[in-house]
Write a protein that binds this ligand. Sequence first.
Ligand code: MCN
Length: 800
Amino acid sequence: MSIESIDPDEVDAADILGSAIERREDPALITGDAEYTDDIQRQDMVHMAICRSQHGHAKLEDVDTSAAEAMDGVVTVYTHDDLHREDTPGGGSYSLPVGWLLDSLREVDHPILADDRVRYQGDAIAVVVAEDRYLAHDAVDAIDVDYERLDAVTDPVDALEDDTAELHDDAEDNVAFDWEIGDAERTDEAFESAAHTASIDLENQLLIPNAMEPRAAVAEYSPGTDELDVFMTSQNPHLHRLLMSGVIGHPEHKLRIKAPEVGGGFGSKIHHYADEALVAWIAKHLERPVKWTATRTETYKTDAQGRGHRTTADLAMNEYGDIVGLRVDTTANLGAYLSTFAPAVPTYLYGTLLSGQYDIPAIHCSVTGAFTNVPPVDAYRGAGRPEASFVIERLAKLGAEEMGMDPAAFRRRNFVPEDAFPYETQVAVVYDSGDYEKTLDKALEMADYESFRERQEQAREDGRYLGVGFSCYIEACGLAPSELAGQLGAQAGLWESSLVRFHPSGTVTAFCGTSGHGQGHATTYAQIVANELGIPYEDVEVVEGDTDEIPHGMGTYGSRSAAVGGSSLVKSSQKLVDKAREIAAHQLEADPADIEFEGGEFRVTGAPDRSIGIKAVAQQSYLAHDMPEDMEPGLEATSFYDPDNFVFPFGTHVAVVEVDPKSGEIEFDQYVAVDDVGNQINPKIVEGQVHGGVAQGVGQALYEGAEYDSNAQLLTGSMQDYAVPKAMHIPEMETGSTVTESPHNPLGVKGVGEAGTIAAPQAVVNAVVDALEPFDVDHVEMPMTAERIWNAVDGRTEPD
Ligand code: MCN
């Protein structure tokens, strides 16, 4: 059941919003016409390569760059002391910023180039600049680093042990922070009076992001104007401009960040890394254009990783199966340094979502952040919300079992009822709108759940083990009300800004501060603006990702673009229409209050033949011969939109699997995804986002996981070792949707970019555990490899 995409020419202008039109960006992307960062060439450009630590944890005894420097074509080599000096541009005190602070946070220094110690395999030690890329890499190989190896730790729980080596002088016992949310006392009381409990110990494994395009940057400096242009794989150019300007000490107004086409990010390209700052700094220092493109191995070793939780969680029920309490204790792996948004991910993006779709009267969650010798851990598609959803949905399965109830019935019994919205949870968020039974009912019907148990029974008699798994997930996205984010420690507002400009000829450019990198914004934003202005879709061009063109912006992450960027475009369009209405009223010799606007036409109320189209108004606004008094020429409007609340998409995903206990192999029988993302701007794009998201969630459930040895050496450092699922590993998905509008944004939309990734892992794990119920298996850690399944059934081929 896949949605057919429609040629936009076949859609009436009035129906453009909500139509499944094909993505306008695809022809350039699939014909190689699009320009990515690595495609950029400049005269006299030099290339940068980075010498990175081979060890997970070591002291740097000596870094000898002489052989590299002597190579023909090597321009220069920098180490810590060359860069971190008072007379270098920016004053030399370079440390990477943390954009989100917690009260208990121990902020540790994160130099651009390591000083006397490296804390993960991949930590940058020295940087080579050469006339060509290959030479730069050869010169890196010629750098002789003398290390003294130190004990390393990769597991966050082990990191907190007394006898574990500490990574930072400022972080005793490797504790980065302690944080809690909810009511501990009330939760203890709930457990004391509970009739039943269910418990789980689980790991939400470290994941390595796999964007098709590795991180890359090209920087160019003009000494005459002091302008520094940086082209880079950024999900949030304005935020990168702000942060980089501080890091390298270049004035923000003379720094331009442009994201050319970006081949995916999944969160990994929102953080501020040392590498891009180095490119910019060197371009300024050498006064030559500089390019750096990460190798695939570098991305594996240095892109901020995701998840990395160890959790103990308990659910308390009364005698009827009502959930009365939830207790969660998590240790979160933060890696070797604090990445830009790291403190927010295992705290505010995690603890606040633990109530799931359920009305839980008492919740308490405590989180300890731990430094370990893995790369910094930060937001990765879902960021905190998949971890929360995994905890509560695994417990929902175990809770139902404990109660002897059907898992769907147990969930239904505990859902926040439809009439309870807006619903305030015990973990500090207010769900905007929801109808959880509706998505569950639809998913049950699509999966034909009614007949499933019979099928399962019959299969078991034939020695085949089928299982069904539910995931009734909720997420918070559309980041964020700035005031709330500020109270929680965000170092920047989380509004969105846009500019909608009519050209004299009647076409429109819409500039937005989000920065799409695969999500189809050029299509969906044009649908929004065309609808607001009542003009043809093809007359709207969308521009994103360039700080020189777009006044302000906060970027694309947290599935915020439709809800926040889209709403800003509505606001700008409406401001523009307000001005156009006054011009139209003047032209039509009527009062602006008597002018109606519909389908791109301004009409005098009660006199429909007196009308003027918005394009003609735009032309008049630039001719400026006959305008209302004191009105400035031109027709454009800018707005800042700051939402009142997050949006809370939800849904039910159902996985049906068959597990072969003999081999440990898992096969999908069915995968049903019913998502409610409010109104859909483009159902085809929504479906594509769900498909991609589920693929990543299935990847986590079955295949992916960063593995390190005891010296913190990455064992899964290539696509041969880190199992990103291929098309054949992804189940055929049946997607469906329901529509529950968000009441607080003008489009009534909720985000979809992370929904599938948040929903899928627990649907798959619950299904596998359900299949293995005759073997008394109540949990299998992810990724559920054949080996893990085989061990879980203890080598048995049949239940005892
Ligand atoms: N949309 C819609 N109707 C809705 C909601 C969204 O038509 N009710 C459309 C939007 O207009 C947009 C797309 O769906 O074209 C995704 O919108 P949204 O949910 O607002 O998410 P963002 O655009 O902010 O994208 C961020 C999100 C995140 S956080 C990750 S991670 C992710 C994802 O998007 N990374 C991606 N999807 C990705 N897709 C690709 N191809 N590559 C990535 O790196």
